[in-house]
Design a protein around this ligand. Structure first.
Ligand SMILES: [Mn+2]
Length: 355
């Protein structure tokens, strides 16, 4: 079943309109394999219509799949154009700024004709097809290449920014379409900030170095974190590292279809709490990965989601001790029919590095 058919079916199942107006860029890419359009109309019957302004019009005609491409002329009102072409009684709409929502409502003849429906697409995107999984696999291979570069370049005296540059160069050279997000290289006390780093700072003796990176391949992304060591780790650092590694492993062992996302989070959180570091695990265990680096499902203590075959999620516990430093270990993981498969396979090398 193709994606738009699946979308209409899930709309019908939930009593929502089967005519869709899609505005979110990533959702448009999901249905058309094209990035750079303004809107996508998926009517209950008939051909899908992609609205594209002049700058991307020719490219859309060449690249967008299973749609007719409509030029948005300069000065033309998108919402009025859509309203003129789409005669549906009601529309499911994924996402719009409030002002645009009002403009659309006026154009189609009233707000009661519009139904928010972003959750339908969110749910659809959660379960990856074989084709999508293949692209994520490629993105994960590229991430592993980036991490190999990190292992080769991190040492006392080197700058955070230098390592980030080497990582991104290696991934791009190996075929990445770009980073999946801003590469994080955070060392020493800065590594205690989960999203810190990328400074002029050089690695000092005894610094943890958190390296969080991802590649993009044909729109699909990967997410991988390792914590490296500049110099020799202390007893306490070894304890923190081993705790995070065990927590990550325990969560991985929990992942399978039918399990509550909150239980996977719990498996990791219990290990960290038992070791006395509970207050320092300051984020969720993980998130879905696909066209976006953060998407459904969310693996958190209060998540209500249930994992299913074809979900791709991260498993990334961390311990962040202010004034000392942080450790995070993350893999991108595929939920298989009977368990989990790690798609990123970089080694866990904190201790080996000192030998
Ligand atoms: Mn992540």
């Amino acid at each position: 079943m193709n994606r738009t058919t699946a979308l209409k079916q899930s709309a019908a199942n939930q009593g929502k309109p089967s005519n869709f107006l899609i505005f979110n860029q990533t959702n448009i890419t999901y249905f058309t394999n094209f990035s750079g359009a303004t809107a996508l109309l998926i009517p209950e019957q008939g051909e899908n219509v992609l609205y594209v302004s002049g700058v991307n019009y020719e490219q859309a005609k060449a690249e967008a799949k299973s749609v007719s491409v409509e030029l948005l002329k300069r000065g033309e009102n998108l919402m009025e154009k859509i309203a003129k072409q789409a005669s549906a009684k009601k529309f499911s709409v994924d996402a719009l700024p409030v002002e645009s929502w009002r403009t659309l409502a006026r154009a189609v003849g009233g707000e009661e004709k519009l139904e928010p429906a972003s959750s339908l697409i969110r749910e659809l995107r959660k379960t990856k097809t074989q084709e999508e999984i293949q692209l994520i696999r490629e993105a994960c291979k590229l991430a592993d290449i980036g991490m190999k570069t990190a292992f080769e370049t991190v040492q006392v005296g080197v700058k955070e920014k230098e390592v980030a540059a080497e990582i991104e160069y290696a991934m791009r050279k190996a075929g990445s379409d770009g980073t999946a997000f801003e590469t994080i290289v955070a060392s020493g006390v800065i590594s205690a900030f989960p999203h810190g780093g990328n400074l002029e700072k050089t690695f000092g003796e005894g610094d943890f170095v958190v390296v969080d990176l991802g590649a993009t391949y044909k729109f699909y992304r990967s997410d991988l974190t390792r914590t490296l060591m500049a110099g020799k780790p202390s007893e306490k650092q070894i304890k923190i590292y081993s705790t995070v590694q065990l927590a990550q492993q325990k969560a991985l062992e929990t992942i399978k279809p039918g399990v509550l996302a909150s239980d996977v989070d719990m498996a990791a959180r219990q290990v960290i709490e038992a070791a006395g570091f509970g207050e320092f695990f300051v984020h969720n265990l993980g998130h879905g990965v696909g066209l976006e680096v953060h998407e459904a499902p969310i693996l958190s203590p209060d998540s209500k989601e249930v994992l299913d075959t074809g979900n791709v999620v991260t498993d990334e516990p961390g311990i962040y001790v202010p004034g000392l430093g942080g450790v995070r270990i993350e893999d991108t993981v595929l939920v298989t029919w009977d368990g989990a498969e790690k798609l990123t396979v970089a080694p866990y090398l904190l201790l080996d590095k000192t030998k």
